[in-house]
Design a protein around this ligand. Sequence first.
Ligand code: GLN
Length: 498
Amino acid sequence: MSDFTTLSLSDAVRGLRDKKFSSREITQAHLDAMEAARGLNAFLTETPEKALAMADASDAKLAKGEGGALEGAPIGIKDLFCVDGVKTCAGSKILGEFIPPYESTVTSNLWADGAVMLGKLNMDEFAMGSSNENSAFGNVISPWRRGNSDTDMVPGGSSGGSATAVSADLCLAATATDTGGSIRQPAAFTGTVGIKPTYGRCSRWGIVAFASSLDQAGPITKTVEDAALMLQSMSGYDAKDSTSLQRDVPDFVSACTRSLKGMRIGIPKEYRMDGMPEAIETLWEQGINWLREAGCEIVDVSLPHTKYALPAYYIVAPAEASSNLARYDGMRYGTRVEGHDLNSTYERTRAQGFGEEVRRRIMIGTYVLSAGFYDAYYIRAQKVRAKIAEDFTKAWQSCDALLTPTTPSAAFGIGEVSDDPVQMYLNDVFTVTANLAGLPGISVPAALDHQGLPLGLQVIGKALDEETCFAVGGALERAAEFTASDTDGPAHRPYRTD
Ligand code: GLN
């Protein structure tokens, strides 16, 4: 591992612009790090030739004093984003060797700004999961260890490949997606920063759909400033996605250092759960104190429908997934398992192509949408969703943003929770509300627990107010003195690569 891989994205971009090093040098350093860390299973597809060609093109631009905001910076792409000519399988076997003939809008934006593509990152199949154990291509291993134990830890999910790759310095930053917590939870588990923007901020065009009314793209990075830089590039209106918002993208980077004087931060009492580990309580208290010291006024707020958020999510998301995943029938994409007639071909293809968790979600989704149950489950869940959004609207009368823990616990070992789906679903208890209400939420690493595992704090903002998330996130990061780019800091422990 060379020093190039421990740079933050922002420092790398500055160094490239100042010609301190070339894109080819830092790209090659990351390709070497990826090769040495194949045991973590973070990348599903490595694209070294594409990476070096893009790096050379960036170096040519930089030599002329030209180039975009991310010119020459090597990044990883979650396997949910279609990249023209590069195998994209959403962590699933059903897509087989699918090679998209087009590019997602988010990745097009990143390439237009000069980013360099290192490869496609592992993930839970179709983004369903909280630990990356649902990938059809094997679980991702977190570079973190629990104390001195040799147990392999989960990186969180579904963007576990993105979180491991950033945390283990295999890329400067990564794209990710978040339907119920899949950017913020893996960021919290790996000591990295992750932001899910407002629904509609990033175009969903060319991102394999899970639950279309909840899915949003966002970055996982080493610092808050890096997240701002990435999101700035990823965001923007796109006529190809009818839910993308026709709004200007503000200057996210300058928001990171904005003063918090006089800002009101809400503490939702319903997020204080029974049985929550003491470390999470302590972390939250610490976060409250940091923000008070930064000049914020702390106010208690109530989000009374929080307890219904997870049940509502696990109706709405599977319902939409069952509809979105109906297209994988063996006729148009990827895998086909021949049967004795058309129906049996469909059945065999889907039974063999989808993994267990995806099949469970399709069955739940089909059930809650079926005649006779539609009103009782789906319509009811939609009403709950409206109530949850209303809770936030009321909270904004007394505060500007909310502070909560990102997850109810630190990372767990591989295999420790995987046979209990309901326990696994509880990982998202603090994150799903922002998806149901369409609000932005950032996770910032803030402490290590007694076993040396990272914990994250979440800041939820008003719709379209990512700037406040970045301002509060930046203040938390400065107070915690904890960033994944600080090689001497607590986030940089010796990690495993095999
Ligand atoms: N863990 C949640 C789920 O399995 C969220 C996933 C996501 O945000 N993509 O549905």
